[in-house]
Design a protein around this ligand. Structure first.
Ligand code: G3H
Length: 198
């Protein structure tokens, strides 16, 4: 009874200031989520007879996912391919600042969020492409996996498992402080359950 759990990192200092990108640590509420995540997951690891099914935790290389995973008592792996979408010259800005400083860029992204590539950064299509090896490993893996990721990256992962049209991926809802449980069905499709922080 293998599970795949997906979660964004806990609220970060940049989330609090509405800044994108960067590599900020968790804010106090994010730290609370990190502890809560560990409790929620330990309760949910399926039993196989009297044995708990092994679990590994995959994070990005950014400190907010590593901090969110730090209380999980499982083997951990860091994937560069799970890092958040690169915002290039817009990294560290708020959306208001981007609209003021680079109005053409802001408008171009609103027009085509899937294909828009930040100057010196990435598009959603770029992210979807670089996630391919991670998704192949997720499908191949026999153990249960906890993926602690980022909004754009998890939109792409979720879009793949939910077989969503590409165009819908950049606006899929992946809320903070919510754990998403995926349970593979025998026919290869998945059941999904959203678990909110208790
Ligand atoms: O840049 C970081 C955000 O998590 C991505 O959100 O693609 O909706 O701007 P966005």
């Amino acid at each position: 009874a293998r599970r795949i759990w997906l979660t964004r990192h806990g609220q970060s200092e940049y989330n609090l200031k509405s800044r994108i990108g960067g590599n900020s640590p968790l804010a106090p509420a994010g730290e609370v989520y990190a502890r809560c995540l560990s409790d929620m997951l330990i309760d949910r690891v399926p039993q196989d007879g009297d044995q708990r099914v092994p679990v590994s935790v995959w994070t990005s290389t950014l400190c907010r996912t590593i901090q969110t995973a730090r209380y999980l008592p499982f083997f951990k792996l860091r994937w560069k391919a799970l890092d958040e979408i690169q915002a290039g010259t817009c990294d560290g800005l708020t959306y208001d600042e981007i609209a003021q400083l680079f109005p053409e860029e802001f408008a171009a992204r609103q027009k085509d969020k899937l294909r828009y590539r930040y100057p010196a950064g990435e598009s959603y299509l770029d992210v979807i492409q670089r996630l391919e090896p991670v998704i192949i490993e997720m499908e191949r893996e026999k153990e249960s996996i906890v993926v602690v990721g980022h909004q754009a990256v998890l939109r792409a992962v979720l879009g793949y498992f939910m077989a969503k049209p590409l165009e819908s991926i950049p606006t899929l809802d992946v809320p903070l402080h919510t754990l998403l449980e995926l349970r593979p069905r025998p026919d290869g499709t998945m059941d999904f359950e959203y678990i909110h922080m208790s």
